[in-house]
Design a protein around this ligand. Sequence first.
Ligand SMILES: Nc1ncnc2c1ncn2[C@@H]1O[C@H](COP(=O)(O)OP(=O)(O)OP(=O)(O)O)[C@@H](O)[C@H]1O
Ligand SMILES: [Mg+2]
Length: 146
Amino acid sequence: MKKLLIAYDGSEASTKAIDVALKCSNKEDEVILLTVIPAALVESTFTNMLLPTIDLKSVVKSGSFKEKAMKKMNEIAKQMEGKISKVDTVVESGDAADEILLTSKKHEADIIVIGYKGYGKEGRFLLGSVTDKVVRHASKSVLVVR
Ligand SMILES: Nc1ncnc2c1ncn2[C@@H]1O[C@H](COP(=O)(O)OP(=O)(O)OP(=O)(O)O)[C@@H](O)[C@H]1O
Ligand SMILES: [Mg+2]
C-alpha cells in the first residue's frame, strides 16, 4: 500500500496529474487530494485597494470559499471511487507549496503528484513556481506530470 498526495488547482496540468496518479496506483493505495486557497487571494493589499467594497477576508472567514472548494473536491473524489481504497479530500489556505509539503508530511504520503504548470504565466517557465518549490524541498519523491 502506498499513499499518493495529489496537488490539485483546477488547471489542465493538475487534472492530468490525477489521471497519471490513478494509472500509477492500484486498489490498495490511498489518495490525499489537496487544494490550497492562495493566501494572496485573501491578503493582497492590491485586491483590497482595487475592490474596497468587497471584504474578501470575511468571505473567506465565513468558510464559503473553503466549502465551495470542498464540494468540487468531493465531486472529483467520487470519480476515483473503486479505483483505489480511500480518498481524503483536504482544503487548506496559505502558500500552496508550503501547504503541499506540510500536508504530505502530516498524512505521511509516499509520493507527491503535481502538474508541471498551473494557471499562471503561460509558457514562460518550464516549471511553475509551486512545483519548483515542492521539488526542491520535498523529503519524499515527487512525480511531475507533463
Ligand atoms: N493552490 C494550489 N493548490 C494545490 N495545488 C497547486 C496549487 N497551485 C499549484 N498547484 C500544483 O502545482 C502545479 C503547478 O502549478 P504552479 O502554480 O507551480 O504553476 P503556474 O501556475 O503555471 O505558475 P506560477 O504559479 O508560478 O505563476 C499545478 O498543476 C498543481 O498540481
Ligand atoms: Mg500557479
